[in-house]
Design a protein around this ligand. Structure first.
Ligand code: SF4
Length: 211
């Protein structure tokens, strides 16, 4: 079997962990997808419309999913600090606990965590490259991490301790972005072509520390 097909068929087998009939621990697969996204998204992307785009659903379906997650106390709505007419969805402590204990992808995450650091980085980068090709073909990108976005700028230079002391600014939303937020997902992400936002050795240290 050609290597490319074999690799994709393995991915399809792995996908059985997150696409399933019925529900697991009280949530259907799309509800898990929504909770997982909202647990990882930045404040600009935790909105009903961004959620609908990410999970590939209509606004009505996304709204129903939000109601289900609210009814289980996994989610609360709060007014946006940037725009008081909008709401931002927040995953509650109960929601975070449910994700940590019962998310159906946890088995896959644990299996990947067992790989060597270099293998994890290579797997992540290869999957991202594949998704980039798919996104380019369909002229869309669901979401990616802020640190690699072309709109991210350093507001004040780091003070010798590297990235840890730097302050960031989103040039699209014209708003400050904290170091922690640079690791979150954003649906307004635009890929930078000219400069990696994170140095390779720092990325490796970060991935190794997550073992
Ligand atoms: S810099 Fe890019 S990824 Fe980060 S918040 Fe702004 S648009 Fe989103």
């Amino acid at each position: 079997m050609p290597l490319a097909r074999e690799a994709v068929e393995l991915l399809v087998q792995a996908a059985r962990a997150w696409y399933f009939e019925g529900n697991q621990h009280g949530l259907r697969d799309r509800e898990w997808m929504a909770l997982r996204f909202l647990g990882r998204a930045n404040r600009f992307s935790r909105t009903p419309s961004a959620l609908a785009g990410f999970i590939g659903a209509t606004r009505a379906t996304a709204s129903q999913i939000v109601k289900t997650l609210e009814s289980k106390s996994f989610l609360v709505r709060k007014p946006s600090q940037e725009d008081k007419r909008s709401v931002v969805l927040h995953v509650t402590t109960q929601g975070e606990k449910w994700l940590s204990q019962h998310d159906p992808i946890n088995h896959v995450v644990n299996a990947v965590r067992g790989l060597e650091t270099d293998d994890r980085i290579q797997l992540r980068d290869s999957l991202r490259e594949v998704l980039n090709h798919l996104d380019a073909a369909h002229q869309r990108l669901d979401a990616s991490v802020c640190r690699d976005c072309m709109f991210l700028a350093e507001r004040s230079p780091s003070t010798g301790k590297g990235r840890a002391t730097a302050e960031f600014m989103c040039r699209l939303y014209r708003a400050p972005v904290s170091l922690e937020e640079t690791e979150l997902l954003c649906t307004s992400f635009e890929r930078t072509r000219d400069r990696p936002k994170i140095e390779e050795h720092l990325d490796r240290a970060r991935v190794a520390s997550q073992s």
